[in-house]
Design a protein around this ligand. Structure first.
Ligand code: PLP
Length: 403
């Protein structure tokens, strides 16, 4: 029999139920759609049948690539489920080292260190590189994991600059005292806008002011640059960014996991000091092996990146022809601003009824009145998929007076 819930527990549950009701009333309650097939351009969704996916981060279509699956299965067979502890206590597996070498080469850094998520990687690197005098300068649209990482770091001073405002970043850097450690922290590709950090300008300012640059390239890895090495490749500055963090949960196989890429010293210090490394298990070997295979595929098939770029440019142009106004951008994220949160959710519901899965995002993820549907492209999308998706967008757009 279940243990009886305490009075305090019951009263907490009542409060939480009221909060959840509030989310339902304001139309911001999130429901999980259940998938009954692997992630791909088309999935089997419970209660919906076959649905076209335009909202995953499966940018290169590697989540269900046979070699990626096989590598994971082989990793599971060879190494079992996991380390059953923290790496320094219980050991690490060979594939962890191989993956970290491959990730460092991809990022163009001396070394890399993996974590069970990029969220963890960010929460590891920012606090570990912050000392009592550090100033952190952060773009206002940075990902939640960076925002929380900065809170956790408790720097001497935190300066949030307006999105991509190099004037505010310059002012912030000028306001720092000599000798103070300065960390400039930015997304490489901003996940809600789909635009890029002004990396060459950021690097120049950082050099002028002796600051360290940390870039979270989760939406740029496998996407940006001719061969998918990320925003640094896009801007021709591979090897110049001090620290890059990224995820294995998007283009690089889509399972889970993240990493920090940087100098030997940065990665070694993180292995020694960062709490998510010291107090949490390693990546399961199945994930390490499938991610390693995903990196290898990316390195030998840059045409996947070219296909992703072509598909994204074509879809954006055809949305415009239909009368939509997608935001400009060079990454594989195409946001269409529609206004109110409930309206964005309505657009995404109608699209799903038409067999197209595109998520609507509203307040508080994006500012009030700037709710949007966020289309994400994948190299695995075929031309026929795009035609079908555009027909659905056309029908929904006309029905709701969007076009
Ligand atoms: N950083 C950015 C920019 C992201 O978009 C995400 C995921 O949404 C993360 C970090 C977190 O990645 P992970 O799922 O590996 O924790």
């Amino acid at each position: 029999m279940d243990a009886p819930v305490s009075a305090a527990g019951e009263s907490l549950d009542r409060l939480l139920a009221a909060e959840l009701d509030g989310l339902r009333r304001t139309g911001t309650y999130k429901r999980f759609n259940t998938l009954c097939s692997p992630q791909g351009p088309v999935v089997e969704m419970a209660g919906r049948g076959q649905v076209l996916v335009l909202s995953s981060n499966n940018y290169l279509g590697l989540a269900a690539r046979p070699e990626v699956i096989e590598a994971g299965v082989e990793g599971l067979r060879r190494y079992g489920a996991g380390t059953a502890s923290v790496r320094f206590i219980c050991g690490t597996f060979q594939p962890h080292h191989e993956l970290e070498r491959a990730l460092a080469d991809l990022a163009g850094t001396e070394a890399a260190l993996t974590y069970v998520s990029c969220w963890n990687a960010n929460e590891a690197v920012v606090p570990s590189l912050t000392d009592e005098g550090t100033v952190i300068l952060s773009d206002e649209l940075n990902h939640a994991s960076l925002i929380d990482a900065i809170r956790l770091a408790r720097p001497a001073r935190k300066l949030v600059y307006a999105h991509s405002s190099m004037d505010e970043l310059r002012e912030g850097l000028r306001s720092c005292e000599r000798g103070q450690r300065k960390l400039v922290v930015t997304d490489g590709v901003f996940s809600m806008e789909g635009d890029l950090a002004r990396l060459p300008d950021i690097l120049e300012l950082a050099r002028e002011h002796d600051a360290v640059v940390i870039v979270d390239d989760s939406h740029g890895t496998g996407v940006m640059g001719k061969t998918g090495r990320g925003v640094a490749e896009h801007f021709g500055v591979v090897g110049e960014v001090d620290v890059i963090t990224s995820t294995l949960g998007k283009a690089l196989g889509g399972a889970a996991g993240g990493y920090v890429a940087g100098s030997e010293e940065v990665c070694d210090l993180l292995a020694q000091r960062s709490r998510p490394q010291l107090f949490s298990n390693a990546l399961p070997p199945t994930v390490a092996c499938s991610a390693l295979e995903a990196v290898r595929i990316l390195r030998r098939e840059p045409e996947l990146v070219a296909r992703l770029r072509a598909v994204t440019a074509s879809f954006r142009a055809r949305l415009r022809e239909l009368g939509f106004a997608p935001l400009d951008g060079e990454a594989a994220i195409i946001p269409i601003i529609v206004g109110e949160t409930s309206f964005a959710i309505r657009v995404s519901e109608l699209l799903l009824e038409q067999g197209v899965f595109v998520t609507g995002f509203g307040y508080p993820v994006v500012p009030e009145g700037r709710a949007r549907v966020r289309v994400q492209m994948s190299a695995a999308l075929e031309d026929a998929h795009l035609d079908r998706a555009l027909e659905a967008f056309g029908r929904v757009g006309r029905e709701l007076g969007l076009i």
